[in-house]
Design a protein around this ligand. Structure first.
Ligand code: ZN
Length: 321
C-alpha cells in the first residue's frame, strides 16, 4: 500500500458528500484568501497585472499595507484603486467575505438546502443579516439567466398556498367570497416550464390570464419548440411560434401517447412537498427566491461536487444591477 499523506486525505468513491467542509476550509481558510480569489477571478488571473480603466492598459497592481488594510489593489502607475467586491453581492456588506463564502457552501452542500434560521446559527450573525444574505444568494446567484428552454417542453401553472382550514373557511364565508375568489386573494400562482429530461424554469405570476401566460411562455421557451399544455384557453394562440399539443384534462384524459404534462406535474408535486417539509407558510413576497433555489438545485440534479463552485463563480461574474 502506498504511504498515506495525512495532510491530503483521499476521499473514497462511495462518499456522497461531494465537496466537503474540509475541502472548503483548505481552499478558503480565511477572509484574505476569499478576497484574493475574487481579485484573481474577476481582474487578475496572475494576481499581479490587471486592466487599469484609468490608464486604459494592463498595469501592475499592488496591495499597499496601511493601518486598516484596504480591500483594494492599487495601480502602481496612476494610483487607481480596484475593489474586487465592487459590483458583486458582497459590495458594501459589513459581513466578512469568509462568512459569505461559508453561507454559499452551506446552501449548496445540503441535499434540500437550509433555512435562514439555520444560517443564522451556523454563521453566528443576526437573523436579519442571515436573511439578507440568504435572499441575495437566492435572488441573485440562483436566478436562472441561461438560454430559454427548447425541444419538448411541458408548461403548466398551479396555485400555492396553505390548505383551507376551518378558521379560513369561516373567514371566507363571513366575507361571502367564492372558493375561486378566496384562492386568488390568498394564494400565489406559479408557472413552470419543463424540458422532458432537461431543465426547468419556474416563476411567480400575477394571474393565469392569456396575456400573462403567453408572455411568460415566450420569455422562457424558444420559438419552434414543441409545447405541451392542458386545454386552458390562456395557452391558445401560441401556435404561430410553437408546435402546440394540448391534453384534454376536462375529458379525464391525462396521457395520449407523447401528449401529456406528467413531467411538469411531477415537478410541481416535488416542489409542493419540499415547501411543506421545510416551511410552514409561504409568503408570495419571497416565494420567487424559494423557487429560484428549488429550480437551481433541480437543474443540477444534486451534483454537489460542482454546486458550490458554480455559486462562487456566479458571485464573481454576475454583475449586480
Ligand atoms: Zn492606472
Amino acid at each position: 500500500m502506498p504511504p498515506v499523506d495525512r495532510l491530503k486525505p483521499i476521499r473514497t468513491h462511495s462518499s456522497e458528500s461531494g465537496y466537503s467542509l474540509i475541502q472548503f476550509m483548505q481552499e478558503y481558510p480565511d477572509d484574505a484568501t476569499c478576497l484574493e480569489w475574487l481579485w484573481r477571478t474577476r481582474h487578475s488571473p496572475d494576481g499581479e497585472t490587471a486592466y487599469c480603466p484609468k490608464c486604459e492598459v494592463e498595469r501592475t497592481f499592488k496591495r499597499y499595507k496601511c493601518a486598516t488594510r484596504r480591500q483594494s489593489w492599487t495601480c502602481i502607475a496612476c494610483g487607481h484603486h480596484v475593489h474586487p467586491t465592487a459590483g458583486t453581492i458582497f459590495e458594501k456588506s459589513s459581513t466578512s467575505l469568509h462568512l459569505w463564502f461559508y453561507a454559499m457552501y452551506l446552501m449548496s452542500s445540503t441535499r434540500c438546502g437550509i433555512s435562514a434560521k439555520q444560517l443564522e446559527r451556523e454563521l453566528g450573525v443576526h437573523y436579519k443579516t442571515a436573511w439578507r444574505m440568504f435572499n441575495k444568494i437566492r435572488n441573485h446567484l440562483m436566478a436562472d439567466d441561461g438560454e430559454p428552454l427548447s425541444g419538448e417542453v411541458e408548461v403548466d401553472e398551479t396555485l400555492l398556498g396553505g390548505k383551507i382550514r376551518n378558521a379560513a373557511r369561516r373567514k371566507r364565508d363571513a366575507l361571502g367570497w367564492s372558493p375561486k375568489r378566496w384562492d386568488s386573494e390568498t394564494k400565489t400562482m406559479v408557472f413552470a416550464a419543463v424540458e422532458r429530461d432537461g431543465r426547468v424554469r419556474a416563476q411567480v405570476i400575477p394571474n393565469s390570464s392569456g396575456p400573462t401566460l403567453r408572455k411568460i411562455v415566450r420569455d422562457n421557451v424558444q420559438p419552434g419548440s414543441t409545447l405541451y399544455t392542458d386545454e386552458w384557453l390562456g395557452y391558445l394562440t401560441l401556435r404561430d411560434s410553437y408546435l402546440h399539443r394540448t391534453i384534454r384534462h376536462r375529458d379525464r384524459i391525462y396521457v395520449d401517447g407523447a401528449t401529456h404534462t406528467q413531467t411538469v406535474e411531477g415537478f410541481f408535486g416535488g416542489m409542493k412537498n419540499a415547501i411543506r417539509g421545510v416551511y410552514h407558510g409561504v409568503s408570495s413576497r419571497w416565494l420567487q427566491g424559494y423557487l429560484n433555489e428549488y429550480v437551481w438545485r433541480y437543474n443540477r440534479r444534486g451534483d454537489r461536487n460542482t454546486m458550490f463552485r458554480d455559486l462562487v463563480e456566479t458571485a464573481a461574474t454576475r454583475e449586480t444591477v
